[in-house]
Design a binder for this molecule. Structure first.
Ligand code: TPP
Ligand code: MG
Length: 662
C-alpha cells in the first residue's frame, strides 16, 4: 500500500476530528495526545503495521500498544477508521459513557483490537517487552514462517519517566528484543506544564546505554516519520523513535500547551481547529474518500494473513501453535495421576520446594509454561529441571532471569500472557509483591493467566526480619478482584493449587509459599483445594469448635484440634487455601464446611493480619476468635517467632477455652 503524503494529511485529520469531537461530546477526555500523534500513527498504520481488521486475533499480527492510554481516542479512531468491527461510530459518539466499549482508557476485554489495557503510565511499554519476548520465544519454537512480527508502542513522556520504564528497557536491551519499537510522543509537555519542570535527563542517551537504537524525527513531517520508522523497522536492536510533536496539533490557540492534555477544546476552539486544518465536515462525519483510504490499509494485511493461514495449514507444527495460541492446555492426565500417587507418601517439605517438585512434573508436560524469577531462583524454587535460560542467544529457552525487577517482570508477564502462546509464571519474595502490585492488579483487570510464585510468606521465613516478613501482604492481595490468592498447606495442596492456577485461563493466581518445612497433612481426597476450603479433619464427638487455617498454620490447627479433643472438645479443622474460590461455592457447600450454628466457635489462624477474617468468624460464638499478627515481625529463628507471637498450642488453647466458657 503506497499512499502519497497528500493523502495522509486528511487521514490524520480524521483522527484529530474524531478525537476532539468525541472528547467534546463526553465533556471529558484527552484530545492533546491523539491530535499530536495523529501524523505518526497514520504513517505507522499506513506503511508499517501488519494487521488485518477482519481478524483482530490473527496470531502473527504486529502488536500495537498505546502505552499512553489517556490518548485512548487515538486507538479508537484507528480501529474504527481501518475497519475493525469494534468500535463502531456509535461507540465513539458515546465515548466514556456507560455501555460504550470506548471507555476512558483502552480496555483489552472490551475491544478485540486492543492488545492490552493501558492508563497506568509506563506499564504499556513494559507489557510490550513481554509481548516481544513471547514473539521471539514462539519464533524460536515454531519457526519464522509462522511467527514473525513486531511490537509497536506509542508512549508519552510519562511512560518514559515512570520507574518501571527503567526495568523494562534494561530487560529489553539485555534480551536484544529487536522486534520492539517504541514511538515516543516527544511533546515536552505533561499535565503540570513543561516537561522541564520535572525532567532534565538525556533520554536518548539512557536508551542507548541500555542497548537500544534511537532515531529521531519531526512528528509532523510524513516523509521524515517514514524515514525514522523505516530505520526502526530495519534495526536489530530494540528501538526508540523520538517523535518531536506538538500536543494538540491543529488547535490554533491551544496546541503546544498543557491545557490541551486533558480537557475538551470547547466549541469555539473546535471551530477554529476545523478552519485551521481544513476540516469542513460535521462532527463524526468522515468523507467517503478519506474513509476509503483508511479502509484500504487492511488489504495488505488480509493478503498476508491468507498466506500465513496457508503456511499454518501446511505446517506439521500448525496444530500445536494453534492450541497454544488458543490457550488450551495439553490433553492428558499424567500430571494428575502423578500427584494422586503423592497422597501415599508422607513428604515433609517447604511449600516452595513442593512447588518445585510440582513444576518438575508440569513443565515437561506443558511446554508453553515459561518460568522465571526476579533474581531469587534458588529461593523461589521456580526453575524446573527441563528449563534452560531464555536469552538473546537462545530464545527457545523457557526460563527468564528477570533480574531485580519485580514490577518489570510482572508487567512483562502480563504482556506475554496477552500475546498468547505462553503461560508465564514468575517468582519473588511475597513481601516484594508490593513493588509489583499495580501489575498484579492489571493481571486481574485484564483477565490474564499469570502465575505469581511468591515465597517466604510469613514470619516463618525467620532471621531476615520484619522488612522481609509479610504481615498484611496476603490479606491485601485478597482485596484485588479476579485474583486467586492461594496459600497451600502441604505438598498435596500445592500441587492442586498449581493445577487450578494453570486451568484458570482468565484469572491470575498468587501462590503464597513457605520457606520452612511443613508436614504432609493430606493423605486422601481429590482436588479439594478447588473448593477453596474444606474440612481436613473432622471433630470426634460433639463439634464445639471449627478451626480455620491456611498454609503453614494448618499444621498448628491440627495440633490445636488434638489438644482440644484431649479435653473432650470436638473441633473440625478447615483448610482454606483460597478464600476467593470458597466464596464462589454455593451456599449449601459453604454451610457444610461452616454451618450457620452460632453455638459453634469459629477460630481463624493465619500468621498475618486478622483484618478480613471476621467475615468467616464473626457469625459464631462470642463473635469468634482471630489468631493472627497485627504488628510487624522481628528478626529471629522462625520457631522463636511463632512462639513469641502466640502461634503455639499452649497459647491458643486457653483462648479457645475462655471463649467457650464466656
Ligand atoms: C502511573 C500513573 N500516574 C499518573 C497518571 C495520571 N496521568 C495521566 S497522563 C499524565 C501525564 C502524562 O504526560 P505525558 O505522558 O507526556 O502525556 P501528554 O500530556 O503529553 O499527553 C499523568 C500524570 C497515570 N495515568 N498513571
Ligand atoms: Mg507529553
Amino acid at each position: 500500500m503506497t499512499l502519497a503524503s497528500d493523502r495522509l494529511a486528511p487521514m490524520a485529520n480524521a483522527i484529530r476530528a474524531l478525537s476532539m469531537d468525541a472528547v467534546q461530546a463526553a465533556n471529558s477526555g484527552h484530545p492533546g495526545m491523539p491530535m499530536g500523534m495523529a501524523d505518526v500513527a497514520t504513517v505507522l498504520f499506513a506503511k508499517f503495521l501488519k494487521f488485518d481488521p477482519a481478524n483482530p486475533k490473527w496470531a502473527d499480527r504486529d502488536r500495537f500498544v498505546l502505552s499512553a492510554g489517556h490518548g485512548s481516542m487515538l486507538i479508537y479512531s484507528l480501529l474504527h477508521l481501518t475497519g475493525y468491527a469494534s468500535p463502531t461510530l456509535e461507540d465513539i459518539k458515546n465515548f466514556r459513557q456507560m455501555g460504550s466499549v470506548c471507555a476512558g482508557h483502552p480496555e483489552n476485554f472490551l475491544i478485540e483490537g486492543i492488545e492490552c489495557t493501558t492508563g497506568p503510565l509506563g506499564q504499556g511499554v513494559a507489557m510490550a517487552v513481554g509481548m516481544a519476548m513471547a514473539e521471539r520465544h514462539l519464533a524460536a519454537t515454531f519457526g519464522d514462517d509462522l511467527v514473525d512480527h513486531n511490537t509497536w508502542v506509542i508512549a508519552g513522556d510519562g511512560c518514559l519517566m515512570e520507574g518501571v520504564n527503567h526495568e523494562a528497557i534494561g530487560l529489553a536491551g539485555t534480551l536484544k528484543l529487536g522486534r520492539l519499537k517504541v514511538l515516543w510522543d516527544d511533546n515536552k509537555i505533561t499535565i503540570d506544564g513543561d516537561a522541564s519542570l520535572s525532567t532534565s535527563e538525556d533520554i536518548p542517551a539512557r536508551y542507548r546505554a541500555s542497548g537500544w537504537d534511537v532515531f529521531e524525527c519531526d512528528g509532523h513531517d510524513f516523509a521524515d516519520i517514514e524515514r525514522a520508522l523505516g530505520q526502526a523497522a530495519a534495526s536489530d536492536k530494540p528501538t526508540l523513535v523520538a517523535c518531536r510533536t506538538l500536543i494538540g496539533k491543529g488547535s490554533p490557540n491551544k496546541q503546544g500547551g498543557h491545557d490541551v492534555h486533558g480537557s475538551p477544546l470547547g466549541d469555539a476552539e473546535i471551530a477554529a481547529t476545523r478552519e485551521n486544518i481544513g476540516w469542513a465536515h460535521a462532527p463524526f462525519e468522515i468523507p467517503a474518500e478519506i474513509l476509503a483510504d483508511w479502509r484500504s490499509l487492511g488489504e495488505k494485511g488480509a493478503k498476508l494473513r491468507a498466506e500465513w493461514d496457508a503456511r499454518l495449514a501446511a505446517s506439521d507444527k500448525g496444530a500445536e501453535l494453534t492450541r497454544r495460541m488458543n490457550g488450551e492446555l495439553p490433553s492428558g492426565d499424567e500430571a494428575a495421576k502423578t500427584f494422586a500417587g503423592w497422597l501415599e507418601s508422607e513428604t515433609t517439605v517447604a511449600t516452595r520446594k513442593a512447588s518445585e517438585n510440582v513444576l518438575n512434573v508440569l513443565a515437561p508436560l506443558v511446554p508453553e509454561m515459561v518460568g522465571g524469577s526476579a533474581d531469587l531462583t534458588g529461593s523461589n524454587n521456580t526453575k524446573a529441571k527441563c528449563q534452560s535460560a531464555f536469552s538473546a542467544k537462545d530464545y527457545a529457552g523457557r526460563y527468564v532471569y528477570y533480574g531485580i525487577r519485580e514490577f518489570g517482570m510482572s508487567a512483562a508477564m502480563n504482556g506475554m500472557a496477552l500475546h498468547g502462546g505462553v503461560i508465564p509464571y514468575g517468582g519473588t519474595f511475597l513481601i516484594f509483591s508490593d513493588y509489583a502490585r499495580n501489575a498484579i492488579r492489571m493481571s486481574a483487570l485484564q483477565q490474564t493467566r499469570v502465575i505469581y510464585v511468591l515465597t517466604h510468606d510469613s514470619i516463618g521465613l525467620g532471621e531476615d526480619g520484619p522488612t522481609h516478613q509479610p504481615v498484611e501482604t496476603v490479606m491485601s492481595l485478597r482485596l484485588i478482584p479476579n485474583l486467586n490468592v492461594f496459600r497451600p498447606a502441604d505438598v498435596i495442596e500445592t500441587a492442586e493449587c498449581w493445577q487450578i492456577a494453570l486451568e484458570s485461563a482468565e484469572t491470575p493466581s498468587v501462590l503464597a509459599l513457605t520457606r520452612q518445612n511443613l508436614p504432609q497433612l493430606r493423605t486422601s481426597g481429590e482436588m479439594l483445594s478447588a473448593r477453596g476450603a474444606y474440612t481436613l479433619r473432622r471433630a470426634e464427638g460433639d463439634r464445639k469448635v471449627i478451626l480455620i487455617a491456611t498454609g503453614s498454620e494448618v499444621e498448628l490447627a491440627v495440633k490445636v484440634q488434638s489438644a482440644l479433643q484431649a479435653q473432650g472438645i470436638g473441633a473440625d479443622v478447615v483448610s482454606m487455601p483460597c478464600m476467593e474460590l470458597f466464596e464462589a461455592q454455593d451456599a449449601a457447600y459453604k454451610h457444610e464446611v461452616l454451618p450457620s450454628d452460632p453455638s459453634i466457635l469459629r477460630v481463624s489462624i493465619e500468621a498475618g493480619v486478622t483484618h478480613g477474617w471476621e467475615r468467616f468468624t464473626a457469625f459464631s460464638l462470642g463473635g469468634g476468635l482471630n489468631i493472627g499478627l497485627d504488628r510487624f515481625g522481628a528478626s529471629a529463628p522462625a520457631k522463636v517467632l511463632f512462639e513469641r507471637f502466640g502461634f503455639t498450642v499452649d497459647a491458643i488453647v486457653p483462648q479457645v477455652l475462655e471463649k467457650l466458657s464466656s
